[in-house]
Design a protein around this ligand. Structure first.
Ligand SMILES: NC(=O)c1ccc[n+]([C@@H]2O[C@H](COP(=O)([O-])OP(=O)(O)OC[C@H]3O[C@@H](n4cnc5c(N)ncnc54)[C@H](O)[C@@H]3O)[C@@H](O)[C@H]2O)c1
Length: 400
């Protein structure tokens, strides 16, 4: 009996051969029984996850499908966890058929999953505020996914357009994701008249600001440089943004090991371009970080590599993972969308659900593919989406 049972447990192909050989025999010895016992115990205890896949619109469908191929290949190759993606057809087509972007019981539907992998929402023939509020913003607020985390890093093989960033960029952006300028408060009166009025009211609550500040300080503390910049606009916004600053200063007292500073959002754009090395973790409001994260993505090489996590840090609700980009009307259907942002979002999802090792292996594969120059056109390459998927899958196979 040369083969020991435990050797099989994480090698799916060899395990299968062993099962066939052992099951084909007429009698079983102690080692065989131990083998079957260990194998089935391992199968039963293997981490197993159900993920809601909501590809949405435009290139969202392309990058989510690309990512599912890669993550399923990873799970099969490593054999250390199981993952099932269940397709949910919400988006503009669903809206055209039903009059809604999501089903009526959509929050209960999502709560049945361990996490959500999201593509993008937005279509040229539906106003953007209808599509965004109909789907993505209808999820973020009610599920209290209040922390939007956006890591930004220059990948091997990709070019940072800044000559001021000699070592590339490695930032962590934290965006308040449940209130602020995107609270949805306001209204319009006298529509169409000369004297028409429209208000867009930004809402800042002490609870909302405090929880995102704590999250940001904790994030900064977990990174080697322990450095946080609080982005504000309290010179001209004299109510909500002043509360924002005051809460930041109070929360900072609980994090004496984190060095922090405060910066007006306009000056922050200059700092990101002129002094990128002075930045590590950034926290800002819903609107400010929406804008700054697109700038950060462009500085890292392309919006096509920028991931994001919409987290409920209390873990009462499933968190949602998505690329920063939208549905990209100009390249939809051309097969050239960069899938890296969604790969990276899926890696962040794996970390969140407890598969840190698998996530780091996945990112290693993606980085090796980028370093080899297998890139989509947004990064100056000539590969298409499927070319990048195939190259990453080949790298994943080497992990087996
Ligand atoms: N999270 C979301 O679902 C989300 C985010 C942003 C915009 N949107 C929606 O998407 C639609 C289009 O918005 P937009 O044009 O302002 O932003 P966008 O992110 O869709 O596209 C901006 C530019 O970046 C390029 N780009 C984006 N992702 C890319 C990728 N993966 N690979 C290569 N190039 C990529 C596009 O081709 C385009 O030139 C609108 O309806 C908008 O409301 C949705």
């Amino acid at each position: 009996m040369g083969l020991r049972p435990l050797h099989f447990c994480f090698l799916e192909r060899h395990t299968l051969q062993a099962i066939v050989i052992r099951a084909g025999r007429l009698s079983f010895d102690f080692d065989d029984i131990l083998f079957f016992h260990t194998y089935f115990l391992n199968m039963a205890s293997k981490n197993s996850y159900r993920i809601a896949s909501v590809p949405g619109d435009g290139i969202g469908t392309e990058v989510v499908s690309a990512t599912i191929q890669v993550v399923e290949k990873l799970a099969k190759t490593l054999g250390t966890f199981k993952i099932d993606f269940e397709h949910i057809p919400w988006g503009t087509e669903y809206y055209k058929q039903t009059g809604r972007y999501v089903s009526e019981d959509y929050l209960d539907t999502l709560r049945k999953y361990d996490a959500v992998l999201f593509g993008a929402v937005g279509s040229p023939d539906v106003p953007d505020h209808i599509s965004l509020w109909g789907l993505l913003l209808a999820i973020r607020g009610p599920l209290q996914l209040y922390a939007n985390v956006r890591p930004v890093r220059t990948f091997p093989g990709t070019k940072c357009p800044l000559n001021t960033a000699t070592d590339g960029i490695d930032w962590m952006l934290v965006r308040e994701n449940s209130e602020g300028e995107y609270a949805g408060q306001g209204g319009r009166s006298h529509v169409g008249q000369q004297w028409e009025v429209a208000t867009e009211v930004a809402v800042f609550t002490r609870v909302g600001v405090e929880r995102i500040m704590r999250f940001a300080f904790e994030t900064a503390r977990s990174r080697p440089r322990k450095l946080l910049t609080v982005v504000t606009k309290s010179n001209s916004m004299r109510n909500g943004m002043v509360l924002w600053d005051e809460v930041a200063a109070t929360v900072a007292n609980d994090f004496p090991d984190v060095k922090w500073d405060k910066m007006l959002v306009d000056a922050m754009t200059v700092r990101m371009v002129a002094k990128p090395g002075s930045i590590d973790t950034i926290v800002g409001t819903n609107l400010h970080m929406d804008i700054l994260s697109d700038l950060a993505a462009a500085l890292a090489g392309s919006i096509g590599v920028a991931p994001s996590s919409n987290l409920d840090p209390t873990r009462k609700n499933p968190s949602l993972f998505e690329p920063v980009h939208g549905s990209a009307f100009d390249i939809t259907g051309k097969g050239v969308a960069n899938p890296v942002a969604t790969f990276w979002s899926a890696a962040e999802m794996l970390i969140w659900i407890g598969e840190k090792d698998a996530a780091s292996k996945l990112m290693g594969c993606v980085e090796r593919v980028c370093a080899a120059g297998i890139l989509t056109p947004d990064l100056g390459g000539t590969s298409d989406t499927q070319g990048v998927v195939d190259a990453v899958c080949l790298e994943v196979e080497k992990l087996g």
